[in-house]
Ligand binder design. Structure first.
Ligand code: DC
Length: 227
């Protein structure tokens, strides 16, 4: 079973996808973390977010994930970078990096491979990102498109930064999210959009437990229908 959850930054995808995967005994694949690892690779190679930067940096990068129990770990080459990719510096360039065609081609190929392998091994995978229901797994039987009010999304993202020890203000985070939304929605390749067959889910006033319950219920309903 492949479950896709797409939506803008801070809509609640990651927490929901991770916990829903745990409840279902599936594996969680955070595709944004993989783009962040590529962005970290570009930063380290001092490569610009341009096609020529991608030509220089991408052949030297390898991004993969491993699972430690339920927890997904992201690797850049041999180095585990799961925490190192959650910085404002990576956040500020990842959207630009993710517009590059060779970066997207590499990511989609890796995500399909990992998704298929893990679905076979664990019975199911919950992916979250921007294009998991439209491009990575358009045939996924359960697709959700999560949305939430911009101020609520900025509050959630600010909490994440604060937990990681980053010093940023609410206004900075809100501006960053707005800019990222705009870039993600207007880019040429695989823009953020709802797949025609995805269910829209507004999480503005939802608790995390409600969000997880919504996803789990949809998967169970699908299994009961046997379709
Ligand atoms: O989910 P996130 O904020 O960690 O994602 C970081 C960036 O990666 C986001 O700005 C857009 C990009 N991304 C993407 O283009 N496609 C995906 N499937 C996931 C993320």
């Amino acid at each position: 079973m492949i479950v896709t959850i797409d939506g803008p930054a801070g809509s609640g995808k990651s927490t929901t996808a991770r916990r829903a995967a745990a409840r279902l005994d599936y594996v969680y694949l955070d595709t944004g973390a993989m783009y962040r690892a590529v962005a970290l690779g570009f930063l380290r190679a001092e490569a610009p977010a341009t096609p020529s930067g991608a030509n220089a940096a991408l052949p030297t990068l390898e991004v993969d994930v491993q699972y430690e129990g339920e927890a997904m770990q992201v690797f850049l080459g041999d180095e585990e970078v799961t925490d190192r990719i959650r910085t404002a510096e990576v956040g500020s360039i990842v959207s630009d990096i993710s517009t590059l065609a060779p970066v997207r081609a590499y990511m989609v190929e890796q995500q399909r491979r990992i998704g298929r392998e893990q679905a076979e091994r664990h019975g199911g995978v919950v992916l979250d990102g921007r294009d998991t229901g439209t491009v990575v797994f358009p045939e996924a039987p359960v697709k959700i498109f999560m949305v939430a009010d911009i101020d609520e999304r900025a509050r959630r993202r600010l909490q994440e930064y604060e937990a990681a020890g980053e010093e940023v203000t609410f206004d900075e985070v809100r501006t960053e999210i707005e800019e990222r939304d705009r870039q993600d929605r207007t880019r040429n390749i695989a823009p953020l959009r709802r797949a025609d067959d995805a269910t829209v889910f507004d999480t503005t006033d939802c608790t995390i437990a409600e969000q997880v319950g919504f996803v789990v219920d949809r998967v169970k309903a699908h299994e009961e229908r046997g379709t």
